[in-house]
Design a protein around this ligand. Structure first.
Ligand SMILES: Cc1cc2nc3c(=O)[nH]c(=O)nc-3n(C[C@H](O)[C@H](O)[C@H](O)COP(=O)(O)O)c2cc1C
Length: 196
């Protein structure tokens, strides 16, 4: 195997195939450095940025490419205050300049597990996009215990099943810490490959 470097890109030659590796690794970087942000400045988030975040969400994979996700955006302080009453994380919801409620459309769903997995992929894409844009966000799940009330506040029928509320804004600080167990804790078995 040989490795060549051409204008910032590393080209790994292997068996006449080559793979481009971006030396800056923006995806790896965003995955590793994204943190749940729960305290926001008062700065509003421009609609254009919210749209970029939603676009990242809809480019997630979904089973049969059925794209079962639906969104409600709210930057309305009164609506946000009512949503805040539905969760023990009220301070996060009422303190965020923007909220994105992520739904599954029951009429589009075809397989509960796969559609929920697609919603998760969509949400993670949005969290990473928010991070890349210099924003902060947190995935809020506790509010699901009051999903009927949330639908009422957001004027939606039960055709729409709430998956999460994302609180978004400019981070007040970036002191958030988070830990992961070592990778070896998660690998149950490894068969073959080039692990020495
Ligand atoms: C399904 C799910 C539900 C979550 N619900 C909440 C929540 O209700 N409130 C909250 O503050 N954080 C919530 N989180 C964020 C997690 O607490 C957070 O991702 C975890 O502690 C790891 O921290 P990190 O995101 O900074 O790496 C949720 C995350 C997921 C994936």
């Amino acid at each position: 195997m040989s490795v060549t470097q051409i204008s910032g890109e590393k080209i790994i030659m292997q068996d006449s195939l080559y793979t481009k590796v971006d030396m800056n690794q923006p995806v790896q970087d965003a995955i590793r450095n994204r943190r749940s942000i729960r305290e926001f400045s008062d700065l509003p988030v421009k609609r254009e940025l919210l749209e970029k975040i939603l676009n990242a969400g809809i480019w997630a994979p979904s089973g049969l490419n059925n794209q079962p996700w639906r969104f409600v955006l709210t930057c309305d302080r009164q609506i946000n205050a009512r949503l805040a009453e539905q969760t023990s994380y009220a301070h996060i919801v009422s303190g965020a300049p923007s909220l994105i409620a992520v739904y599954l459309d029951r009429e589009i769903m075809y397989d509960a597990v796969k559609d929920h997995q697609a919603a998760g992929a969509c949400i993670q894409n949005m969290l990473l996009a928010a991070h890349e844009l210099g924003l902060g966000a947190v995935w809020l799940g506790q509010i699901l215990q009051n999903k009927e009330q949330v639908n009422e506040i957001l004027q939606l029928s039960d055709q729409y099943d709430l998956m999460a509320l994302l609180a978004l804004g400019y981070p007040q600080h970036r002191n958030q810490q988070s830990r992961r167990q070592p990778l070896t804790d998660f690998i149950l078995h490894e068969f073959g490959g080039d692990n020495p």
